[in-house]
Design a protein around this ligand. Structure first.
Ligand SMILES: Cc1cc2nc3c(=O)[nH]c(=O)nc-3n(C[C@H](O)[C@H](O)[C@H](O)COP(=O)(O)O)c2cc1C
Length: 358
């Protein structure tokens, strides 16, 4: 039996393992496989409009009748100062020129808020078991409405203050995301790439600070990491990178190839692609941009400037492969097999460690 069943009871799942909602990489097939294996499958909905979200959820419901999680970013409609856009265009001009792309774009797309009334209405209609948020929480009445509909609401904290704020705002569980994590840091305010607390230090401090179950995320690559998270006070884990090499994941071929030879030191924090700090594979572009930090266009609008460079490559120069520090532990096995292996390894670790008790 798992040493702490609070998350399993809350989410009505058999294994306290959440497959992280990875926008673009977490497909309905991956989420369904994890849910069917007793964990909680998740879809990252950040890049989907309401119709796409409705279609993806229908596919997921076709493939599983178990609980699953839909995930959203919390971000106001981004607005970039014209001077910041112009300055960034000048910085990027040599990269554009080297890639044979002409001049960087002069305008940025007008984007709305990441979570809005239409998405809330859809959630209240389709009622997933769990909704998770990244970068904070929506307005209090939205949280209340989701909870009143019987939906479990969780969000990410990257430090103790954020965890306390989430608990005060009524979340049912807190995802504590350490610095090792692949993907965007879930900080409630945009932070510099260097800011971050590691999972080992973060989990026990968050567990001491809040009364709701804590879900550990960041650098957990196998059952040893899961057992460690429980030892630190977590009631479950959220793992992203570990699922990227599953055949059901939407991971593209270049990133799959990178993961095959990943090391502990492959990645860095950078906001030079999206406008917000994310852990991704090191590339020369990211290193040059981080060496001389300047204000960048707002989160998500920055993609309009970086996407053409990423598409033009070459790989080692400019690539945006999101993965975490435990990437070398990933396995190319179906998600159901991975879930079985993770559970087996976690219990083997509990047994091994408990033998050393005097
Ligand atoms: C490719 C990728 C995409 C991600 N996208 C999201 C996302 O859309 N929403 C979210 O809440 N977290 C996202 N994350 C972060 C995860 O929720 C989680 O914090 C992280 O994967 C944990 O660290 P690990 O990758 O070392 O397991 C993403 C992570 C990765 C690796």
């Amino acid at each position: 039996m798992w040493p702490d069943l609070r998350l399993c009871d809350l989410m009505k799942i058999g294994q306290p393992i959440i497959q992280a909602p990875m926008a673009g990489a977490a497909t309905p097939a991956l989420a369904a496989a994890v849910s069917n294996a007793g964990g909680l499958g998740s879809l990252g909905s950040a890049e989907m409009n309401v119709d796409q979200l409705r279609a993806a959820t229908a596919m997921l419901r076709e493939a599983t009748d178990r609980p699953f999680n839909l995930n959203f970013f919390i971000q106001d409609a981004p607005r970039t100062e014209p001077a910041v856009l112009e300055h960034t265009r000048q910085r990027l001009a040599p990269w554009y020129s080297a890639a044979g792309l002409g001049a960087p774009p002069e305008t940025l797309p007008a984007l709305g808020p990441s979570f809005d009334d239409a998405r809330l209405a859809l959630l209240l209609e389709i009622r997933p078991a769990v909704v998770s948020f990244h970068f904070g929480l929506p307005a209090p009445d939205a949280v209340l409405a989701l909870k009143a509909a019987g939906i479990v609401v969780v969000s990410t904290a990257t430090n103790v203050a954020e965890a306390r704020a989430l608990e005060r705002a009524g979340v049912d569980a807190v995802i504590a995301q350490g610095y090792e994590a692949g993907g965007h840091r879930g900080s409630h305010q945009p932070t510099a790439p260097g800011d971050g607390v590691g999972t080992m230090a973060l989990i026990p401090q968050v567990a001491d600070a809040v009364g709701v179950p804590v879900i550990a995320a960041g650098g957990i690559g196998d059952g040893r990491g899961i057992a460690a998270a429980f030892a630190l006070g977590a009631s479950g884990v959220q793992m992203g990178t570990a699922f990227l090499s599953c055949p059901e994941a939407g991971t593209d071929a270049p990133r799959r190839a990178r993961l095959r030879c990943a090391t502990d030191s492959d990645t860095m924090l950078t906001d030079a692609f999206s406008g917000r700090a994310a852990r991704a594979m090191r590339s020369r572009y990211a290193q040059v941009m981080e060496a001389h930090r300047e204000p960048l266009p707002a989160f998500l609008q920055m993609y309009a400037l970086s996407d053409p460079l990423v598409a033009a490559g070459p790989e080692d120069e400019v690539s945006f492969h999101l993965y975490g520090q435990a990437a070398s532990l990933t396995r190319e096995v179906p998600a159901a097999d991975l879930m079985q292996a993770l559970t087996r390894e976690a219990f083997a670790t509990f047994a091994r460690v408990s033998k050393s008790v005097p």
